[in-house]
Design a protein around this ligand. Structure first.
Ligand SMILES: [Fe+2]
Ligand SMILES: [Fe+2]
Length: 474
């Protein structure tokens, strides 16, 4: 391990950025720290602040063994600033300035754009904590409760990651933005979070698993594209965030997988696929689960922005934001490339590739989303059922871009507004579906016990048994 990657825990703010060498920055962040903690107490998980939670904490940025595990009360979690090690002689990997050395400071001409990108990413992190703050009351097991809190504290750390950049590189504007990140609140009528998906309430665990599957995966794609940035501190920050993010998607994928597993057990016991009978014994029928997938997938697709975007073109050309895994492509400049894009008239048009990058990202995101569906579908197939999950068309239920507001079915068919309104409840959870799912959300907190609507996990955390007391309530 290089000395750069070790984290200094003796300081008020754990970090691997030599914070002690920059007194002004250190003081500014130490001034923000109590505001963050106050926000955590006010809008973080309710009622569990004194519980001992078995959490992982970053101790280095090494790929191997970067975290340590132990019981922590959440307000005592060591939120800090961790950047992946610098790549020596790193060069800009895409856009018009490809091949030039990366930037250690923000170029003046990109200052406001970069600040906006960082603020928008930063805003999602505390937003999701706020969205999930009531879920602890209805946890299906202590194992799940612990995973929820792990996700929550890491989203808090991701806020720290962005606030560090704002404080360190954007002067007074950056400090003001850092305060604003604590002033906007998810779902707040006057000061909502920036992006719509992050104002949707997450009031049940099915939504939580869908959110971590679909919306945290959007986070993964945003972070991957920012990890390509020519602004090297942003790249290094995002690269380390991605190691934490992987766990959030694991929670989503295994969570949904366990719901499917439990439903299949019930279908076998009752020898039926009748949703009413499955619901009657307190499990989630597969068509209802499909509706939740439709809801959260379509909501998350909007996060990639308009199909045609001059902002994304400029961000790419200027080296601010690349494509996820830029290495996998041949052409990194894209000045002469075109994208064959379908528009709502059913026609295709050729769009300059630079202007279609949101769509490029959306497509690779959807491919990544398919992986879990294939896995769940295999278990359904093995159990001998014909039902299969599908992802909704990227044109379904969009509220941003050329498909916004158009009545499109999950299969991608444009229909009349009347038919759409009539059939909507077949595709996304109705009020009755939501009420049913909420009725299942009963709190289970005995070690090793699990709610009836979800199967136990295959293994515990960090080689501990499933029945380990992951959260000690007081
Ligand atoms: Fe995050
Ligand atoms: Fe996340």
């Amino acid at each position: 391990m290089s000395s750069v990657s070790s984290v200094n825990y003796s300081e008020k703010i754990p970090n691997n950025v030599n914070l002690a060498n920059d007194r002004t920055l250190q003081r500014a962040l130490e001034h923000w720290q109590p505001h963050f903690l106050q926000w955590w107490r006010d809008l973080g998980p309710t009622d569990f602040q004194s519980a001992d939670v078995y959490l992982r904490t970053a101790v280095s940025v090494d790929a191997q063994g970067w975290a340590q595990y132990g019981a922590v009360k959440m307000p005592d979690y060591r939120w800090g600033i961790f950047l992946a090690d610098a790549v020596p002689d790193r060069k800009i990997g895409f856009g018009d300035r490809m091949g030039e050395p990366v930037w250690e400071q923000v170029p003046g001409e990109y200052r406001s754009t970069l600040r906006r990108l960082i603020v928008t990413q930063g805003d999602t992190e505390p937003a999701s904590v706020e969205q999930q703050r009531l879920l602890g009351h209805t946890c299906p097991s202590l194992y799940d409760l612990r995973n929820l809190f792990q996700v929550n504290v890491e989203e808090g750390r991701h806020l720290w990651a962005m606030v560090y950049l704002l404080h360190a590189y954007f002067g007074r504007d950056g400090r003001e933005e850092a305060e604003e990140l604590l002033a906007r609140h998810s779902g707040d009528a006057d000061k909502p979070r920036i992006l719509t998906t992050f104002n949707e309430p997450i009031s049940d665990w099915l939504s939580f698993f869908c959110f971590t599957y679909f919306t945290d995966r959007d986070g993964k794609y945003q972070l991957k594209s920012l990890a390509e940035s020519a602004f090297d501190p942003l790249s290094r920050t995002c690269r380390f965030m991605l190691t934490e993010e992987a766990h959030h998607m694991f929670v989503g994928e295994t969570g949904i997988g366990r719901v499917v597993k439990r439903t299949l057990e019930v279908m076998k016991e009752l020898n039926t696929d009748d949703p009413a009978k499955i619901r009657a014994v307190g499990a989630v029928d597969l068509p209802t689960l499909q509706k939740y997938l439709n809801f959260w997938c379509s909501s998350s697709l909007d996060l990639f922005g308009s199909e045609i975007s001059s902002n994304s073109a400029a961000n790419f050309a200027n080296g601010l934001k690349g494509r996820p895994d830029e290495d996998q492509y041949q052409d990194h400049v894209l000045r002469s490339a075109v994208f064959h894009m379908e528009n709502p008239g059913g026609k295709f048009e050729d769009v300059p590739m630079l202007n279609a990058l949101n769509e490029v990202m959306r497509e690779s995101y959807l491919k990544d989303c398919e992986i879990g569906l294939k896995r769940w579908n295999r278990t359904i197939e093995r159990a001998g059922h014909a039902f299969r999950f599908t992802l909704p068309s990227p044109h379904f239920r969009r509220s941003i871009g050329v498909w916004a507001g158009l009545p499109v079915t999950p299969e991608g068919k444009l229909i009349s507004k009347e038919e759409y309104d009539e059939r909507r409840n077949e595709w996304i959870p109705s009020e009755a579906d939501r009420a049913f799912v909420r009725s299942l959300m009963q709190r289970v907190v005995e070690p090793g016990k699990i709610a009836a609507w979800i199967a136990p996990p295959e293994r515990g955390i960090n080689n501990l048994p499933v029945e380990y007391e992951y959260v000690k309530l007081h």
